[in-house]
Design a protein around this ligand. Structure first.
Ligand code: AHG
Ligand code: MN
Ligand code: MN
Length: 333
């Protein structure tokens, strides 16, 4: 039970003190990301009254048009990570190649999606930022290698997201549960909201882009038709909630329970969402909160990555919801 206000900075330092061998580097990095998040939050909140809205004119590595705020968020996070001096490489959704930093002996590698759900900016619907942090495996005297970046999701040192919603929230894990913070704009601080988020075991809620149904695997089609049948005993039919911002859809899922699905479809036969800066960090948070994150074959976090921008199918949320889906995926191969 929290009986007094705790800032993000204070919380990070307290958590660090619980580790004997902690060097303080990860704490510093989390604080740097927190600062970048505040700056992005300020811009997101005033996007409607400045010229930041609209297309920036360029395309990102996936051929999507880039909005001004994507570029702004990307620059802010890059400069926060470069400034920290403890990051040797960073990988952004907005940059084709991985970016090596001058601090090449830095301990950490950071993946990030600077602005997630960017198609929602123009309509004043919540967007987010996602980050995923790995500790390098190669000796620090040497420049970090691509293999330091291509680690499985279950080796993440920390992962988190920022939700720019009706209020701005930062949610993160370092593998000891999930904590959330709410930005109090009047004092410019993230204040602790919950130091141990637990996802409900079950909720009859699902979140998927149903427009893509024709291209889904049979197991997903059958599962979705099952959850729409009427059976009050199993709380069917489930309710559908889909925002189209992964951070927002999963934030709701984390707090209320339910299942979020992004299966393969005709236009994205390998799934649409990116393994390293969407599926892994969000999956790590969901699992740390007691939920499950799978790709249809196994755990998302056990996938051995082949490339920094690869995509993966993803199904995550409440344990019982995901287990029910798993039954269908097994049955229909
Ligand atoms: P981004 O804005 O970083 O490209 O991500 C958009 C993603 C994700 O946020 C969301 O869950 C998904 O795209 C929505 O895709 P559909 O429009 O295909 O449903
Ligand atoms: Mn995204
Ligand atoms: Mn993005």
């Amino acid at each position: 039970m929290i009986n007094h206000l705790i800032t993000l900075e204070e919380f990070i330092i307290r958590s660090q003190n619980r580790f004997d061998g902690a060097t303080g580097e990860l704490s510093q990095l989390l604080r740097d990301i927190g600062l970048a998040a505040k700056i992005v939050s300020r811009e997101v909140n005033k996007a409607g009254i400045t010229n930041l809205l609209g297309r920036h004119g360029s395309e990102n590595v996936h051929g999507e048009s880039v909005k001004e705020l994507d570029v702004f968020a990307d620059e802010q996070i890059k400069s926060a990570l470069a400034r920290s001096g403890i990051v040797s490489m960073m990988i952004s959704e907005e940059s084709n190649e991985l970016i090596r930093l001058e601090s090449s002996s830095g301990k950490y590698i950071v993946f990030f999606d600077p602005l997630d759900g960017s198609s929602n900016i123009d309509v004043n619907v919540s967007v987010g930022t996602i980050f995923s942090i790995y500790s390098r495996k190669s000796p620090r005297e040497e420049p970090a290698r691509e293999s330091d970046a291509l680690q499985r999701g279950d080796s993440q040192s920390a992962a988190g997201y920022v939700l720019y919603g009706s209020s701005t929230m930062l949610v993160y894990t370092t593998g000891m549960g999930v904590s959330s913070f709410t930005l109090d704009p009047s004092i410019g601080e993230f204040m602790l909201s919950d130091d141990d988020i637990r996802i409900p075991d079950f909720n009859p809620l699902y979140s998927i882009n149903e427009g893509n149904a024709s291209g889904w695997p049979v197991g997903v089609k059958e599962y979705i038709s099952y959850i729409k049948q009427v059976d009050p005993e199993t709380m069917r039919p489930y309710s559908l909630r889909y925002i189209g911002s992964m951070v927002s859809d999963l934030h709701r899922t984390l707090l209320l329970g339910g299942i979020f699905l992004y299966p393969p479809n005709v236009s994205n036969p390998q799934g649409k969402l990116r393994l390293m800066y969407e599926c892994n960090p969000m999956g790590y948070i969901i699992e740390q909160a007691g939920g499950l994150a799978i790709d249809g074959k196994g755990s998302v976090l056990e996938t051995v990555p082949q490339s920094i921008h690869q995509t993966a199918p993803v199904y995550m949320g409440s344990r019982k919801n995901v287990e029910k889906l798993q039954e269908f995926l097994r049955r229909y191969g």
